[in-house]
Design a protein around this ligand. Structure first.
Ligand SMILES: [Zn+2]
Length: 325
């Protein structure tokens, strides 16, 4: 378990957000971002992923006009289950389905600099806690609405990890026997609010003869995935199916978040991920209204967008590096 606290003064650290499509890297000192780098995630072996991360760290150092040899630690946030730097069951990086010592492989390529690896949403939660929208609260729930739906929980200013698998809000059941989830279950939050599931639902509706501009827009903009940008364009076209899919996403988020709130009574819910970045406070307000319908208490939590947006993972990874002994 990572130690938590404020960043040690003067330590030069790197933070890496390893995503399914890109590796976003920053180099920072005292919380100030000095350099950044963005590389595509390689599709080859897990070793290729480690090599790309090491290259990205060096590139971010060069961009920040600092000597990469002065780095005191590297932090990495990755999808999947992480135990002592070993990653497994990564849902969108095929080469890391089987256990892989990512921390060790990166460290070896960077002259032995200590490398700390943790789950991507846990790391983003650390970022929001120390540098983002979570600074003002002693307890909050982070929900990241992206390709899937991830969650992070902070209680008394500490990230709650349970036995390692806490925060999986995306796999809470919102409708018994409902839509199939990527995990194999049915009726989970992610089945309605994750973009991958929304795209699957749209494909099934089109196969059943319904109309949408979604797939025309994807072809026109050369996208093979239903991105937040495509969803926004479809809504501007007045696309009925897209509006329906978004309504269902908000409905599902309202059920899951109210259930969490009824149990935990946290001070705030921070909404992050691609959809929240794209649609901002109006999207968050819709989720707050839907959550309110299902709340037991009379004092709803503050509901706010992520303070770090796209950078929360990289900033949180740098925080992990700076605060882990
Ligand atoms: Zn699931």
């Amino acid at each position: 378990m990572a130690a938590q606290g404020s960043t040690s003064p003067g330590r030069l650290v790197a933070g890496v957000d390893l995503g399914g499509t890109k590796v976003l890297t920053i180099v920072q000192r005292d919380g100030a971002v000095l350099g950044t780098a963005k590389h595509p995630t390689p599709e080859g072996s897990a070793d290729d992923v480690a090599a790309t991360i090491a290259d990205a760290v060096r590139a971010a150092a060069t961009e920040g006009n600092v000597d990469g040899h002065d780095l005191t630690a590297v932090g990495v946030g990755t999808p999947g289950i992480v135990v002592d730097g070993v990653v497994s069951l990564s849902p969108n990086i095929a080469s890391m389905h089987d256990p892989f010592d990512l921390g060790g492989a990166i460290s070896k390529r960077l002259d032995g600099v200590p490398t700390h690896v943790d789950n991507d949403v846990t790391v983003a939660t650390l970022g929001e806690l120390h540098r983002g929208a979570g600074r003002a609260y002693s307890s909050f729930l982070l929900v990241a609405v992206g390709t899937g739906v991830g969650g992070g929980l902070v209680l008394d200013r500490r990230v709650w990890r349970g036995r390692g698998a806490a925060g999986e809000i995306g796999h809470m059941t919102v409708k018994p026997d409902g839509r199939r989830c990527g995990c194999g279950g049915k009726g989970h939050l992610e089945s309605y609010a994750g973009r991958a599931s929304m795209q699957g639902k749209a494909e099934r509706l089109v196969a059943a003869g319904e109309h949408t501009v979604l797939f025309d827009l994807m072809a026109k903009h050369d996208r093979d995935r239903m991105t937040s940008g495509i969803i926004e364009k479809a809504l501007k076209h007045g696309d009925h199916m897209t509006r329906h899919l978004m309504d269902r996403a908000v409905w599902a988020l309202g059920i899951a978040l109210a259930s969490c709130q009824n149990l935990l009574d946290v001070e705030a819910v921070i909404v992050g991920g691609g959809l929240a970045e794209r649609f901002g406070q109006p999207f968050v307000d819709r989720i707050a209204a839907e959550t309110g319908k299902n709340l037991f208490g009379t004092d709803p939590p503050a509901m706010v967008p992520s303070g770090l947006g796209d950078l929360s993972g990289a900033v949180g990874a740098a925080e992990l590096a700076a605060t882990t002994a």
